[in-house]
Design a protein around this ligand. Structure first.
Ligand SMILES: Nc1ncnc2c1ncn2[C@@H]1O[C@H](COP(=O)(O)OP(=O)(O)OP(=O)(O)O)[C@@H](O)[C@H]1O
Ligand SMILES: [Mg+2]
Length: 235
């Protein structure tokens, strides 16, 4: 579904991601792991075209490297960004409604929101509450639910467990597991490598803008010391 080839990301003259390659098969969950500053957010931003990059991004057999972010979203790429960015003064429902702005028809959007409420019951309970007053975990659920509006083909999740208590982190990972069983293709960026490796079908480890290892969970765990130094995963 997604083939990233020879991708580099630049901020001004500074290159922070160095000629990386990775692929994501339809219906799979791929994890992109690595320490702070490794280039994870820069990499997913390049898939949406919000940063300056070179190389190619092929999505559903189409080279999207040169097209606008808006058109990439229309093709079915969606992001739940780092840091739980909700519209604080708007209600949960209004946040979701904005997420479905791609839909012209209000009735279809309402219906879609109702459908997702089955998977996010906590958001249904709080649908009229202003998003800024939700707990951190609830805001994260809202960020993910909003990204799902419009039924994207691929969901990019940037550190969904960051800053959440272990119990809530568990709920977020269970939710991602549910999305996976629904056949949604997922690129999961995480620092919680232990949990992400369990969930993902395949993982890439990024360090200083380079992919230093890739494989399924057991292949990654075989790298032992390298993994524990970069991701905190102990064998
Ligand atoms: N807007 C920017 N301008 C200049 N440099 C940037 C910018 N955004 C990121 N960088 C730099 O690019 C590198 C990669 O950053 P990036 O945010 O992609 O890392 P990350 O892996 O997502 O880190 P974290 O786990 O902390 O979110 C870092 O050295 C960072 O300082
Ligand atoms: Mg980041």
């Amino acid at each position: 579904m997604l083939i990233v080839n020879d991708l580099s990301v630049f901020y001004g003259k500074i290159k922070v991601v160095h000629n990386i390659n990775f692929t994501i098969e339809e219906g799979s969950c791929v994890a992109l792991l690595g320490p702070n500053g490794a280039g994870k957010t820069s990499t997913i931003s390049s898939i949406l075209g919000t940063v300056n990059s070179t190389g190619t991004v092929n999505f559903c057999n189409q080279d999207i490297s040169k097209i606008q972010t808006e058109d990439r979203i229309k093709l079915g790429i969606s992001i739940a960004p780092e840091g739980r960015r909700v519209f604080s003064n708007l209600s949960v429902f209004e946040n979701l409604y904005l997420g479905s702005a791609i839909r012209k028809d209000r009735a279809i959007a309402d219906n879609e929101i109702e459908n997702w409420f089955n998977i996010f019951p906590i958001l249904k309970e709080r649908k009229d509450q202003s998003a800024g007053t939700l707990s951190g975990g609830e805001q994260q659920m809202l960020t993910i639910a909003r990204a799902l509006m419009g039924n994207p083909k691929i969901l990019l999740l940037d550190e969904p467990s960051l800053g959440l208590a272990p119990m809530i982190t568990k709920q977020v990972f269970e939710l991602i597991e549910t999305l996976k069983t629904k056949g949604i293709t997922i690129l999961l960026v995480e620092q919680n490598a232990t949990e992400a490796l369990k969930l993902a079908d395949y993982s890439y480890i990024l360090n200083s803008g380079n992919i230093v290892a890739h494989g399924n969970r057991s292949e990654i765990l075989k790298k032992g010391d390298l993994m524990s130094s970069l991701t905190g995963v102990e064998n």
